[in-house]
Design a protein around this ligand. Structure first.
Ligand code: FAD
Ligand code: DLZ
Ligand code: SF4
Length: 510
């Protein structure tokens, strides 16, 4: 029995379930760069380079290992513009008994693939994606009958299940589950942040850069200075670089932001984890080893593993539990359009300008920039969730619907009614000032709220609190905030709300 095996652009792993039990002498693999996948959003140009180049390298590795690979290169004149057409072409030529693939990571494409058998006229076998620690069913079982889902409890279950950072007595290493309280230091330039891991583009990548420049030059961002890994070996070297140079300080400066350093002590591994070049279990095990061999402290190691074993798995679980209705949620009733400066970076708000600048240049911004700068601003200003979600899906090299959507719609925009987070991550400029050195370089004054040069985040924060009284005043975690707002005298509150209204009216000019 001969099978056709489809490997998608984010499934670039030799251990992918679609390959299990396959026979290189009989079966054939299909991989395809296609217009529909390259343009369902305004993908950052570096993301296109990463995916196409990593796909080409992976196909070569498969061929070297003895597989027959039918690889469809992107071509603007090709009649084959969708994955279904690319597969259908191979089905016509090769006449396989069935198509085998691993479940796709996003609802849009997954729901299409589940209908392919009708047009292809052969069975389509869709296998679970075993790269995750928890299967979709395992997460759904955990979530069943729980009124509120809290990442922390799910994470503890995952620690117990995997044994990661657990003692022989089934207790958390270091005596605590969570060292977050130690992980909130501001970074003032010392210790110096390590240079990010770089791979210079080889011939294959240079060819893809040329292709992306010619065919997708209108997309967001730039291909300039592309230095991401595009093979599993290089992604592994990026992991080792992170463990040696950045992990020891990852915890301390996890929430810090800098006007001068784009990458700080972050791992920049999400692009590789998400397209298959790195396996989450390998990353977590390597990071845990750093604790056992005294290469990194527990607050860094636990903090890092929580991001992957906890948050990454948790948001995926929620995505599959709640889609497709989740994508349409807008519980705070936001109606504002996304300001144009999210695309251009042309704003006097230094924190926004620097975060969007890094996003444009690198296709990357770290978590606190995404959450507390660009995300926080969209939340406070009441941007339509759909528009800000489209932005986050487009602009990051690591962006895929399954991870972007719950983070944006749930964590940032609180548009799901608090399913993902117990309270909105709304903050005034004070938080950004505490965690960064942006404010010293800004046109606005972070210590002011009502004046014309006052930091826009300050009045917008109180405007958000005031206009969502019905949504949040009864939330015990927000009670103090409402008391603080009500304690301010009427004229002060009026002036704050008036300043916020002016900010919102002139939002494009900020
Ligand atoms: P590190 O800080 O080194 O963290 C380590 C790893 O933990 C990351 O590589 C990532 O795999 C995982 N991780 C950390 N936080 C999260 C999280 N909240 N959700 C899921 N995984 C997490 N991450 C994506 O991978 N793709 C996205 O499209 C994406 N969109 C986001 C949108 C918003 C609005 C926000 C607030 C966060 C988003 N994140 C997304 C999560 C997080 O910002 C990135 O994973 C992280 O910045 C990637 O950089 P890093 O590899 O240096 O991360
Ligand atoms: C994101 C992406 C892009 C840009 N291009 C391709 C492609 O040409 N071929 C392909 O197989 N996959 C691509 N991908 C990934 C898919 O669009 C999709 O996001 C994932 O497969 C979801 O799991
Ligand atoms: Fe951002 Fe406000 Fe600070 Fe300017 S003053 S950098 S707008 S937080």
């Amino acid at each position: 029995m001969a099978n056709l095996i489809l490997i998608l652009g984010d499934q670039l792993s030799h251990h992918i379930s679609a390959l299990e039990g396959a026979n290189p002498d009989e079966d054939r693999i299909v991989m395809a760069e296609v217009h529909d996948e390259a343009s369902y959003t305004n993908h950052h140009q570096k993301k296109l380079v990463l995916i196409f180049s990593a796909m080409r390298h992976f196909a070569r590795e498969l061929e070297k290992a003895g597989w027959q690979v039918c690889y469809h290169h992107y071509n603007r004149d090709s009649r084959c513009t969708s994955l279904e057409q690319a597969v259908a072409e191979q089905v016509r030529e090769f006449r396989p008994d069935r198509l085998i693939t691993t479940e796709c990571g996003e609802w849009r494409l997954d729901s299409q693939i589940r209908q392919w058998h009708k047009g292809l006229d052969i069975p389509v076998e869709i296998r679970p994606d075993s790269r995750f620690f928890a299967s979709k069913k395992e997460f759904a079982d955990w979530a069943k009958d729980r009124k509120q889902l809290r990442m922390e409890f799910f994470y503890r279950e995952m620690r117990r299940k995997t044994g990661l950072l657990m003692t022989a007595d089934d207790e958390p290493e270091g005596g605590q589950w969570n060292f977050d309280a130690d992980n909130r230091r501001k970074w003032t330039g010392k210790p110096p942040a390590p240079a990010p891991f770089r791979v210079e583009p080889d011939e294959v990548t240079r060819e893809v850069i040329k292709l992306v420049n010619e065919e997708f030059g209108e997309h967001f961002g730039t291909t300039d200075d592309f230095h991401f890994a595009v093979t599993a070996d290089d992604a592994r070297a990026a992991l080792e670089h992170f463990i040696e140079f950045a992990l020891p300080c990852f915890g301390d400066y996890q929430d810090a932001m800098s006007d001068t350093e784009d990458w700080l002590f972050h791992s920049i591994l999400s692009p590789y984890l998400n397209c298959g070049l790195l396996e989450p279990s390998d990353v977590c095990e390597a990071v845990a080893r750093a604790w056992y061999t005294n290469q990194a402290p527990i607050n860094a190691v636990e903090g890092y593993i929580r991001q992957i074993l906890g948050w990454r798995e948790f948001v995926r679980g929620i995505y599959w539990l709640k889609m497709p209705d989740y994508a349409r949620e807008n519980r705070l009733g936001n109606e504002r359009s996304l300001p144009e400066f999210y695309w251009s970076g042309d704003t006097g708000m230094r924190c926004m300008q620097r975060t969007i600048g890094s996003t444009r240049r690198n296709g990357h911004a770290h978590h606190i920039q995404r959450l507390m700068v660009t995300g926080n601003f969209a939340l406070l200003a009441g941007v339509r969730p759909e528009e800000i979600c489209d932005w986050y899906l487009a602009v990051y090299v690591d962006a895929y619907d399954w991870v972007e959507l719950p983070n944006t719609l749930g964590m940032v925009m609180h548009a799901d009614g608090g399913y993902l987070g117990s309270k909105p991550y709304a903050a005034s400029g004070k938080y950004i000032h505490r965690m960064s050195d942006y404010c010293g370089q800004c046109r606005y004054n972070v210590n002011r709220t009502t004046e014309e040069d006052a930091c826009p985040f300050n009045s917008l924060y109180w405007h958000f609190i005031d206009r969502h009284r019905d949504d949040f005043a009864r939330n015990p975690r927000m009670a103090l905030i409402y008391r603080n707002w009500e304690r301010q005298d009427n004229s002060r509150r009026k002036a704050t709300l008036e300043r916020a209204s002016r900010v919102l009216e002139n939002i494009e000019k900020l």
